[in-house]
Design a protein around this ligand. Sequence first.
Ligand code: SF4
Length: 242
Amino acid sequence: MSPFLFQDTRLEELHQALLAAYGPPPQRECWPPLRQLVYSMLSSRTKTEVSHEALYALEKRFATWKQVRDAPEQDVLETIAVVKFPEKKAPALQKALRRITRQNGGKLNLDFLHGHSEERIRRWLESFEGVGAKTSASVVNFSTIRGRAIAVDSHHDRIAKRLHLVPQSVTADETERRLLQMAPVSWTPAMLDEHHSLVKRHGQVRCTKIDFEKHCAACPLLAMCPTGAEIVDGNKSSRKFD
Ligand code: SF4
């Protein structure tokens, strides 16, 4: 490799610092892509444990995804009532299940996606109502497809911006695109998943949406974080005038 070729090592450094702070996240059990799609559609703007509760409730009430597809909308809506916006998610989910059946020769599964490029899968999934970049990335990266994608949720987007890895003005889709470009080529899809889990955990326990400033001084990412440095320096200089 040319000695003049710039290698951005920030994601690797970030990853190692988070691993040292939190330890490796639990290994994911990769689900079939259809189950992952259903879960991810339920999980938008909803806490992880609540999304799981809704998924398990669906699976308990209906024996198969076909039964979910063909049930009265009100039954599906009642079953997933714990998630945010169930009135939008129930019809979107049933519509998606009907369309998959239609486009997959009458079969209701997404196994045919294996072997297609990540880009093609994501373009197709994102043409469904209620499916955005985070959901399509989850299906590609978390399911048995195990392709290259980063499910950039609000935690991940916020932290990437506080660390100045991406400009403040970019959308979460653009954040993902830039992070994927920065990710070492040696990172496997499982490592991209691990990275996502570590950043999400950091966003839940330290670099939270509000009230995060109190964590900056002892944050494991402080040495690489311009936002944290500004906050810590600001606190120091204001203390001089106490
Ligand atoms: S130093 Fe502060 S702003 Fe930076 S990552 Fe840590 S908690 Fe977030």
